[in-house]
Write a protein that binds this ligand. Structure first.
Ligand code: PLP
Length: 387
């Protein structure tokens, strides 16, 4: 089955729900057992206590397991929780973990504070390291954490080379696939053992929920499910339902996000104000060849760098006056977002230097020509405020 068919049908069982197309929202804690025999069989029943899952929760877990090609999934109250528990399930005191220097910065904070506090050695690596990973592996390296493209800066990692090296050294590979969604990249098929998603972003798609997902392969699914269960991780049925609702239309939304983003990134490349556009789909982007090999497309999030340093008030004139692009964290919703960033202090294995401010765009579902006009007016405010 093709993904666009699978995304419509996976995890649904209308016959089990009076014919309803969508799996209903099960608000439940207690699950009742009618007989002693049924209670005795409870440990083997899939549905036995709502923290361990309801039909609503299993509908989403099953759909995402099918889309990622994994052996099982777990849900969390946020993407950050999914990342944290993926790491915790593979690490113990005395181990060593390697994280990409381009990792989502709250995951860096988790590693530096929580993992270090547990006596786990935390080290960052150049996202472009590829097979060069060999020289960083230690006898106690148990996890290599990847995020491709990298947060804000969009470095594309050579996941197959990294995974082969990590596995040869006895380490598991965790990959954050939030940018690509399961439709544009399948990290498990490229060698990852665990894939995590902030479903908060594209999968939810409407800026109205927080949810994290982890999908694992056969070799790791038992231990990650066990850790998630021991820590009592689950997610509320309304958020899960909304995530499922978003998932069903993901393909159509992503196609539009992608085509509009390519229009905008191509236009930005023609602008004198812009030094560089960080979009893996552009032929002159450094990781373009790897992106082409491993991804089925590009989503709607990318960055660009202004060619010189502008006074803060000029940047404010540009950003404060935007009509369609709004400022805010997160991304992947139907609305376009613009965010200036400086990640120099979130890089330790590599250096981040730019001639001017860096700006990230999340391209929404608006008309792309109107988005371009909004940016053009913003550049006009920028230059006139500075002159
Ligand atoms: C947002 C994000 C997360 C964390 O997701 P939350 O649901 O906000 O906790 C993790 N990874 C990436 C790449 C993200 O952009």
């Amino acid at each position: 089955m093709k993904d666009e068919t699978k995304i419509v049908h996976a995890g649904r069982d209308s016959a089990a729900h009076s014919g309803a197309v969508n799996t209903p929202v099960y608000h439940a804690s207690t699950i009742l057992f009618p007989t002693l025999a049924a209670l005795d069989a409870a440990p083997r029943a899939r549905i036995r206590y709502a923290r361990r899952g309801t039909p609503t929760l299993f509908a989403l877990e099953d759909a995402l397991t099918a889309l990622e090609g994994g052996a099982g999934a777990a849900l969390f109250p946020s993407g950050l929780a999914a990342a944290g528990f993926a790491l915790l399930s593979c690490l113990k005191t005395g181990d060593h973990v390697l994280l990409t220097d381009s990792v989502y910065d709250p995951v860096r904070a988790f590693a530096d504070r929580v993992l270090t506090g547990l006596g786990i050695a935390v080290e960052y690596y150049d996202p472009l390291i590829g097979g060069g990973m060999t020289r960083l592996l230690r006898s106690n390296t148990r996890v290599v954490y990847c995020e491709s493209p990298g947060s804000h800066t969009f470095e594309i990692q050579d996941l197959p080379a990294i995974a082969a090296t990590a596995h040869a050294g006895g380490a598991s590979v965790i990959a954050d696939n939030t940018w690509a969604t399961p439709l544009l990249c399948k990290p498990l098929s490229l060698g990852a053992d665990i894939v995590i998603h902030a479903a908060t972003k594209y999968i939810g798609g409407h800026s109205d929920l927080m949810l994290g997902v982890l999908v694992a392969n056969e070799a790791t699914v038992r231990k990650v499910k066990l850790t998630a269960g021991l820590f009592g991780q689950t997610s509320g049925p309304d958020d899960i339902f909304m995530t499922l609702r978003g998932l069903r239309s993901l393909k159509a939304r992503l196609d539009r996000h992608s085509s509009s983003a390519r229009r905008v990134s191509g236009w930005l490349q023609t602008r004198a104000e812009v030094a560089r556009v960080l979009d893996p789909s552009l032929p002159d982007f450094p990781g373009h060849a790897l992106w082409k090999r491993d991804f089925a497309g590009a989503s709607g999030l990318f960055s660009f760098i202004l060619g010189r340093d502008w006074p803060r008030p000029a940047l404010a004139a540009m950003l404060d006056g935007m009509q369609l692009f709004k400022m805010g964290y997160s991304w992947g919703g139907f609305e376009s977002l613009i965010l200036p960033f400086d990640i120099a202090k979130y890089r330790s294995a590599t250096r981040w230097e730019t001639p001017g401010p860096a700006i990230r765009l999340s391209i929404g579902l608006e008309d792309p020509d109107e988005l371009i006009a909004d940016l053009a007016a913003g550049f006009a405010r920028l230059t006139s405020a500075a002159s």
